[in-house]
Design a protein around this ligand. Structure first.
Ligand SMILES: [Zn+2]
Length: 348
């Protein structure tokens, strides 16, 4: 695992619908160990380890992150915007923003009426009443830098905390795209019997477009989806409802719904044999991950969801533990190596 590469990947802006920057980095890194690396018309990136026969395995992690889109520029050059993906509006208030401008990045900040000037019962603003201030004096000046339709993300950099913990705005789910890359790197060093591709999918946060198209194109029989899940090890978290996922407690393995029972059982058995700790996550209906699209592809795909516990989801300061990422990558590699060429996951 390479922290400089991971930081570069996490810092690259890739809001859903404009994932070009992190996707290029991901393809560049996989070229050093995959047999073949390519991108598709929707922006998905693939890295393949070839094998002549056996079930085709897809390892999917979405590379997009939640972001912003400029919707209007007023006469004074203030920018209105819409959220791309599931924002908590209170999180946006007072943030610094990096806009992917016409000639390069443009910095700005989300303005806020000072508390001194708010009426006692005045509510906090909704996104449609917020604005981005990029320091210009007019609409014309703003239009030299950005336009309606310019994307943005929170302006922040990744940093490391004790106990191998990493803080970044884009861990959901750049860390999943990184985990499948690292799993494929392990598999390249000790090859499986079956063909396996990692894919960095686009637009999971808004449309699942990347998962639908990648599964249709690659035609896997088996897929492992890596995403983040809510950690429940911070004050106020509800363990009774959300399970015991904790930073450093290993990946969460999902049970139920889109998760194929044989895939889930195999993941748990392999984890126990290898001494990899894990927690169990319950999916009573959809999984809220790319697996919701992939398991439906063509005549069905046997899916398993491996999740990295993440604190403070959809905020500028999401937090994961790197030991969970390493263990998830190791477990996925063990799973793929356990597959035999004549194996299928037909329920008999
Ligand atoms: Zn998300």
């Amino acid at each position: 695992m390479s922290m400089p590469f991971l930081k570069q990947l996490l810092n690259a802006p890739g809001p859903s619908g404009n994932e070009i920057a992190p996707a290029r980095l991901w393809r560049g890194e996989t070229e050093s160990f995959a047999d073949r690396v390519w991108g598709d018309v929707r922006g998905n990136s693939y890295a393949l380890l070839e094998a002549s026969s056996g079930p085709r395995v897809l390892l999917a992690g979405h590379i997009d992150e939640i972001g912003l889109l400029i919707t209007h520029i007023d006469d004074e050059g203030f920018l209105s915007f819409a959220g791309v993906g599931g924002w908590d509006p209170t999180v946006l208030i007072g943030q610094r923003i990096r806009l992917l401008g016409k000639q390069g990045d443009v910095l700005g900040c989300i303005g806020k009426k000072p508390i001194h000037l708010m009426k006692p019962d005045e509510p906090q603003p909704k996104i449609e009443n917020m604005w981005i201030d990029i320091g210009v004096r007019s609409k014309e000046e703003a239009q030299t830098l950005v336009r309606v339709g310019t994307y943005g993300v929170i302006d922040s950099t990744t940093y490391e905390l004790p106990n191998g913990r990493v803080v970044s705005r884009s861990l959901d789910n750049r860390i999943g795209a990184y985990t499948v890359l690292e799993a494929l790197r392990l598999l390249a060093a000790e090859r499986p019997a079956v063909p396996v591709a990692a894919v960095a999918t686009i637009q999971e946060e808004i449309t699942f477009a990347g998962a639908y198209t990648a599964a249709y194109d690659f035609q896997p029989q088996v897929a492992i989806v890596v995403d983040v899940t809510h950690a429940t090890d911070y004050p106020t978290a509800d363990k009774k409802l959300r399970g015991e996922a904790r930073l450093g407690g290993g990946p969460a393995l999902a049970v139920g719904s889109v998760n194929h029972p044989l895939v889930t059982q195999r993941l748990m058995d392999l984890a126990e044999q290898a001494g990899i700790s894990y927690t169990v996550k319950i999916n009573t209906d959809s999984s809220g991950t790319d697996a919701d699209a992939i398991h439906l592809s063509r005549s069905g795909v046997a899916c398993g969801v491996v999740s990295i516990p993440n604190r403070y989801m959809h905020s500028p300061n999401e937090m994961v533990a790197m030991s969970d990422v390493e263990q998830a990558a190791q477990l996925i590699a063990l799973f793929v190596r356990s597959l035999k060429v004549d194996e299928d996951f037909v329920v008999r």
